[in-house]
Design a protein. Structure first.
Length: 223
């Protein structure tokens, strides 16, 4: 991430720890989050028909609540969705039928080219879901890539395949939220009129790229 991009703590100071894969981490209590205002997100405003993005997070999961937002540009309240890495959605989407089935303890890579709900649905359901579960109490490297054609999810450097769900085809690009689009947030997204979908985890690292890293590049990242 560009060092000039400064994340701002929300809802109280966030505790720093001497821990994690890089020797430091932050403990995000549920109800806390970090953000960069829309006007300052700069290169994180990834959008367009040919847009590509990679989000990588090193997390130590400690809460079992559903729909935990890890990081992205994603405002559900105002229909300003672009991309976001999520943890523990209650449902998973099969791209072949666009039907949803129950899910638990997996992670998701969300993308949207329209900003709002998927037509005919109660929410945006265009997201990949990992084949593997994310364990509690261990450091894990979660990564999503989007190359303009499909979303891919990797757990600890390896593609976490799931038939019909990962990879997830999506050839329509990412929504342009314009000047009034979403903030970049870590640990929460705006939903139902207020911040929500809070993360319950220790965060040991976060990286965002404006291109889709290759499988070899993902495999070479620290575990």
């Amino acid at each position: 991430m560009n060092p000039e991009l400064e994340l701002q703590e929300q809802n109280g100071p966030i505790k720093a720890l001497k821990d994690g894969p890089f020797g430091s981490a932050i403990k995000i209590n549920q109800g806390q989050w970090l953000s960069i205002p829309r006007e300052k997100i700069g290169p994180l405003n990834i959008h367009g028909q040919d847009a590509e993005v990679t989000v990588v997070a090193w997390i130590h999961r400690n809460k079992t609540s559903y729909w935990q937002a890890i990081a992205g540009v994603w405002d559900e309240t105002r229909g300003k969705r672009q991309y976001c890495l999520f943890l523990n959605a209650t449902k998973q989407t099969d791209f072949r039928t666009m039907t949803r089935t129950p899910s638990k303890d997996r992670f998701q890579g969300h993308v949207s080219s329209i900003g709002g709900k998927t037509p005919g649905e109660v929410a945006c359901i265009t997201y990949a879901t990992s084949g593997e579960k994310v364990p509690m109490g261990e450091w894990e490297c979660l990564a999503m890539t989007y190359d303009g054609q499909e979303v891919r999810l990797y757990l600890n450097g390896r593609l976490s395949e799931a038939e019909g769900m990962n990879p997830f085809p999506y050839p329509t690009g990412l929504f342009d939220g314009g000047k009034e689009g979403a903030d970049f947030t870590v640990g929460s997204v705006h939903v139902a009129g207020k911040p929500g979908n809070f993360l319950g985890a220790t965060l040991g690292g976060l990286a965002v790229f404006d291109r889709a890293l290759t499988a070899d590049e993902i495999a070479s990242l620290p575990k």
